[in-house]
Write a protein that binds this ligand. Structure first.
Ligand code: PHE
Length: 333
């Protein structure tokens, strides 16, 4: 019986096999256990011999079992490590990668350009008070110009800012002149079609100093247009109107796709020029409202739409593509 048990243990290759061998040879209904149970029924002379032999057999089997268990544990562990081994030299699985959004590319280029000129980047809240969005910009309550802004009104006299121009006022109130800032940010209007989305980006600019003129405005924006759209781009100013500037202008850039000469050009539609942004000399009323002396300081301001600029530069027909986060769209830029 002992020999059989020992050879079964030697043959058992896994912890599980060893456990069944233990149950079979040492368990409650194992032959050896039965023998021990039967000892008390034996004639007294035989009890000692049988008892001693069966105890020795038990000890030997237990010792062999413990030894085999230790051996098997080692080999099972090695086996597991082999199976779980990771080849750290294999190349990783790349995550799908996005890319910079076309609007963000324009914003970065424009902001970089102005930072290079010494402008500071300023920010303001997207939930704005009626005062900063309108009144301080020379658009008093009840003024018809308010109705043209497609404003999202919130409770308590708050609005979603319809432009980044309130940052002009906040900046002037927070510091003394001279001021040179650019302010990229999100703006909101109740408007939705292929070329308008309720949320869109603007970049505001404001310069206030002694002796600034419309010539400074034009030269600055011409340099910006060359930086973003190419060295050959020309600009022109057209008269326009915004309540917070006087005079107000719109800036066009010459069509950088067809050089301004192709009547079938898709970008400028044969006009030779592309409307780019609104600008003007800061209205003295706005300077005064912000606590600056309009006799001493003059300034110019401008506001542009980087989403629109990206559509023009990359030939994107539908603004709604900008907001879908589709990698097939984004990876093209
Ligand atoms: N805030 C104007 C708009 O959103 C743009 C602008 C900014 C015009 C600064 C003039 C000066 O239409």
């Amino acid at each position: 019986l002992k020999t059989e048990a020992l050879s079964a243990l030697a043959d058992a290759g896994t912890t599980k096999d060893l456990e069944s061998a233990r149950v079979r040879y040492l368990g409650r209904s194992a032959d050896l256990t039965e023998i021990k149970k039967g000892i008390r029924d034996l004639p007294p002379d035989d009890r000692k011999a049988v008892g001693g032999a069966s105890n020795r057999a038990t000890k030997e089997i237990e010792a062999a079992l413990a030894e085999r268990l230790a051996e098997v544990a080692v080999s099972e562990r090695e086996e597991r490590l082999r199976a779980e081994a990771v080849d750290v030299t294999l190349p990783g699985v790349p995550y799908p990668k996005g890319s910079l959004h076309p609007s963000l590319r324009i914003i970065d280029e424009v902001v970089d350009f102005f930072v290079g000129l010494g402008y500071r980047v300023a920010e303001g809240p997207e939930v704005e008070t009626d005062y900063y969005n309108f009144t301080a910009l020379n658009i008093p309550p009840g003024h018809p110009a308010r109705g043209m802004q497609d404003t999202f009104f919130l409770d308590d006299g708050l609005v979603l800012r319809t432009h980044t121009s309130p940052v002009q006022v906040r900046t002037m109130l927070s510091q003394e002149p001279p001021v040179y800032i650019v302010c990229p940010g999100r703006t909101y209007r109740r408007d939705s079609d292929p070329t308008h989305t309720p949320m869109f980006n603007q970049i505001e600019g404001l310069a206030v100093d002694k002796g600034l003129t419309l010539g400074d405005l034009k030269g600055t924006l011409a340099a910006m247009a060359r930086h973003v759209f190419g060295e050959d781009v020309k600009v022109r100013l057209r008269p326009s109107y915004f309540q917070f500037v006087e005079p107000g202008v719109e800036l066009d850039v010459s069509c950088f796709v067809c050089g301004g000469s192709d009547p079938n050009c898709k970008v400028c539609k044969g006009a030779g020029w592309i409307e780019m942004l609104g600008a003007g000399m800061v209205d003295p009323a706005v300077l005064s409202e912000a606590g600056y002396d309009p006799e001493e300081y003059t300034g110019f301001a401008f506001g542009m739409g980087p989403d629109r600029m990206a559509m023009v530069r990359y030939g994107i027909p539908d603004l709604r593509l900008f907001f879908e986060g589709d990698l097939r769209f984004l990876q093209q830029f």
